[in-house]
Write a protein that binds this ligand. Structure first.
Ligand code: PLP
Length: 394
């Protein structure tokens, strides 16, 4: 009989979003017609910008005509899109060769697939609270996981603690905490990774939300990162591509371990295991990197930023500790009155029908914290902020 990957037995069931859905359904059944204010979502709510829609239509039109029809695309991405992404990095003083860029169908896909490059005996270090997929993808591969707990004492931006790790996950701006590493803090992680021959997987899914000029959008803004880091990015949150699907990964040619080149290994992996991303979607994605595309996506980001601002002002008035919100679409707050994450969830749902995400769902050190998302409807977010103030200022 076939032997299965029994590592799947070691996966812990993720009850977070299931529990939230159950509790909300029970509340709605008991209180029919009561309006809910959803600040729990990690998905965007605004449609694709006009520039992208126009480029997608153009892509479809090309596929309808003999002389512009495209079949298989290059496995590692269309040259026109890689050129646009390289120019985007150049605007941040990061010089990349086009074959250091790999177009993907999204960051989640890549975060899982890239693990093919590393031995199951390598150890993964996950800074918690964390995006649950980092842990689960490594459990499936049978990899040992080192949990590094962040906390309010270090602004949820821990330094390397000397623990034994080969594969280091860094998500900055962070989901769920909204915290962003500065250049000096990232430089310490780069030095740590280089010194022990580890590799950093840098998740830059929220880079477009950074507004402080001094904060790094890419780990390659840090000297020495080209010999220790892989950057995984996505248009999901940047440009509303969660349902359209497009991401990109940067693997520097200078990244070697044990005499093997990781860029060359990934080319071999992609040319074996994929046949590239849809031409139409890559056309739409290239429009994001035009000046007009950038202007339009930043209009949408400004709407989410304004949602975050309304929530931050309310928390400031209430004197509640939080991080994030300024350079990220998430606000991570300390539950008031000593409540646990789930107690606070129930309290907000019952009293003001506000739905957030309990911090305990992102790792044990998230207990006592709570996440608000800025991706919700603006009018709802405004009313939710008022209701929150009225409830907690009593
Ligand atoms: C939303 C998100 C992504 C994006 O994933 P896609 O698969 O590209 O949609 C990546 N990392 C984190 C931490 C996220 O929250």
């Amino acid at each position: 009989m076939i032997e299965l990957n029994t590592c799947y037995r070691d996966l812990k069931d993720s009850y977070l979003f299931y529990n939230i859905a159950q509790k909300v359904a029970a509340f709605s059944a008991a209180n029919p017609g009561k309006k809910l204010y959803r600040l729990g979502i990690g998905d965007v709510s605004l449609p694709l910008v006009p520039c992208v829609i126009e480029a997608l239509h153009q892509g479809v039109a090309h596929q309808a005509q003999q002389d512009s029809f495209r079949g298989y695309m290059p496995e590692c991405g269309a040259p026109f899109l890689k050129k646009a992404i390289a120019a985007h990095y150049r605007s941040r003083q990061v010089a990349l060769e086009e074959d250091e860029i790999f177009v993907s169908s999204g960051a989640s896909d890549e975060l899982g697939d890239i693990l093919d490059l590393f031995s199951p005996r390598s150890k993964a270090l996950v800074i918690e609270p964390a995006y649950p997929a980092y842990v689960d993808a490594n459990v499936m591969a049978g990899r040992e996981i080192v949990h590094l707990a962040a906390g309010a004492h270090n602004g949820f931006l821990p330094e390397p603690d000397g623990s034994d790790a080969d594969l280091i996950y860094i998500c900055s701006p962070n989901n769920p905490t909204g915290a962003v590493f500065n250049k000096a803090q990232l430089a310490r992680w780069v030095e740590y990774a280089n010194s022990r021959g580890a590799v950093i997987l840098f998740d830059a899914a929220y880079e477009a939300f950074i507004e402080d000029e001094a904060l790094p959008h890419s780990i390659f803004e840090i000297e020495g990162a080209d010999t220790c880091a892989i950057e995984i990015c996505s248009l999901s949150k940047t440009a509303g591509f969660t349902g359209t699907r497009l991401g990109y990964t940067v693997i520097p040619k200078a990244l070697y371990r044990g005499g093997m080149n990781l860029n060359a290994m990934w080319v071999r992996n992609r040319t074996t295991k994929t046949n590239g991303v849809s031409y139409i979607i890559q056309k739409g994605a290239a429009a994001v990197f035009t000046p007009e595309g950038q202007r339009q996506i930043h209009e949408n980001i400004a709407v989410y930023k304004n949602n975050a601002k309304m929530l931050m002002q309310t928390l400031d008035k209430l004197g509640i500790w939080y991080c994030g919100g300024k350079n990220a679409p998430y606000i991570w707050l300390k539950c008031p009155r000593g409540m646990s994450s789930w107690e606070f969830f129930d309290y907000l749902l019952e009293e003001i029908q506000l739905i957030g995400t309990p911090g305990a769902g992102f790792g044990a050190c998230g207990e006592g914290y709570f996440r608000f998302s800025a991706f919700g409807d603006s009018e709802d977010t405004k009313i939710a902020a008022e209701r929150l103030y009225n409830l907690l200022s009593k």
